[in-house]
Write a protein that binds this ligand. Structure first.
Ligand code: F6P
Length: 359
């Protein structure tokens, strides 16, 4: 059992569809225990900046409002790195938590946030439960993170839309999708959108391999093709394509689609190529039924854990079952990339998709 009376909830890292449904679930489940819920604004900023930025959340924030049905984060989120030291931020975070009288915080975040915020919590002796979310699906130990399924839907819808124009103009259209250094989003979307080629950071490829696939499509009499490439894919030689960095000097992915398009056009005349870089629309879209369900299940599970005195854990869906792991184990597991021997890759190869070279 627990002596919790008030908790905080925050969303951290890149936003995605389903975050508001998670927060609703946390608020509603916590309210059943008679706890107060403070919604922290803009990720950890709401607790590390002064004045503190938060609002008291009740069921009325989400019932009878469209919020749980919308993408984005009602509370605001943050995914730019910070230049201040972890120690300074952890101290301010802890002071913020104590000033608000929070007995624990629920952190909705990806692998980066689980790492950073659990570190703050450890240093500041704050109880935390994590809930995985990210369109990249690279949070370890969980089958799915909230937001991934909706992002796949957005990407496969884009492939449906591209197919018709590709056919009209006899083109090979390239769709560059997000995912950071993990190929989950690209591969799931390519399978759902019936792409002909899918390149992911985890598997090496050759331009000849792509061109051979395009030529075999042409020989079969088909007049168009679809190529999906994950933003984290590098050149054939393994060099990063992107040169841009954000405000704090971190790499911003993007540009591999144009790079491939130029190379294919220069070496193959069978199809003209064009590139669509889908960008941040992948973080939006109407949350799918799967993401809403996952949000409700994981949000309520986080509260259940706290109510039974469990803390410093991340809730997860593993092999279809709701469970949880110590945050230390999650952080140690790092980032979960796409397994090059996964059923998804095998299925893609089995239906003739070019997904890079056999490794
Ligand atoms: O981690 C989520 C994600 O959308 C990645 O797929 C992408 O590389 C990155 O965030 C984009 O970040 P930003 O919003 O800073 O451009």
């Amino acid at each position: 059992m627990t002596d919790i009376k008030r908790i905080g909830v925050l969303t951290s890292g890149g936003d995605c569809a389903g975050l508001n449904a998670v927060v609703m679930s946390v608020v509603n489940a916590a309210t059943k225990f008679g706890w107060e819920v403070y919604g922290i604004h803009d990720g950890t900023d709401g607790l590390t900046n002064r004045p503190l930025s938060y609002e008291i959340l009740t069921e009325s924030n989400f019932s009878n409002t469209p919020w749980p049905r919308l993408a984005g984060s009602y509370l605001g989120s943050l995914n730019t790195g910070v230049k201040e030291s972890q120690e300074v931020l952890a101290k301010r975070f802890g002071e913020g938590v104590r000033e608000l009288g929070l007995d624990a915080v629920v952190v909705v975040g990806g692998d980066g946030s689980m790492n950073i915020v659990s570190n703050y919590c450890k240093m500041a002796c704050v109880k935390m439960v994590g809930i995985p979310k990210t369109i990249d699906n690279d949070t370890p130990l969980t089958d799915y993170s909230v937001g991934f399924n909706t992002a796949c839907q957005v990407c496969s819808n884009a492939l449906d839309d591209l197919m018709t124009t590709a056919r009209s103009h006899h083109r090979a259209l390239i769709l560059e999708v997000m995912g950071r250094d993990a190929g989950h989003l690209a591969m799931h979307s390519a399978l759902a959108g019936f792409a002909d080629v899918c390149l992911v950071p985890e598997i090496p490829y050759t331009i000849d391999g792509i061109i051979n696939k395009l030529e075999s499509i042409k020989q079969s009499g088909r007049t168009s093709a679809l190529i999906v490439v994950s933003e984290g894919v590098k050149t054939e030689k393994g060099e990063a394509v992107t040169t841009s960095v954000n405000m704090v000097g971190e790499k911003i992915n993007g540009g591999i689609g144009e790079y491939l398009s130029n190379l294919i056009n220069a070496n193959y005349k069978g199809f003209q190529t064009r590139v669509t870089k889908l960008g941040h629309v992948q973080r939006s879209g109407t949350p799918t039924a799967f993401d809403r369900g996952l949000a409700v299940v994981l949000g309520s599970e986080a509260v259940r854990l706290l109510s039974e005195g469990y803390t410093d854990r991340m809730v997860a869906l593993t092999h279809g079952e709701v469970t949880s792991y110590p945050l230390e184990e999650v952080v140690k597991a790092g980032t979960a990339g796409l397994d090059a021997n996964s059923s998804y890759i095998k299925a893609a190869r089995a239906i003739g998709m070019y997904v890079g070279e056999e490794i």
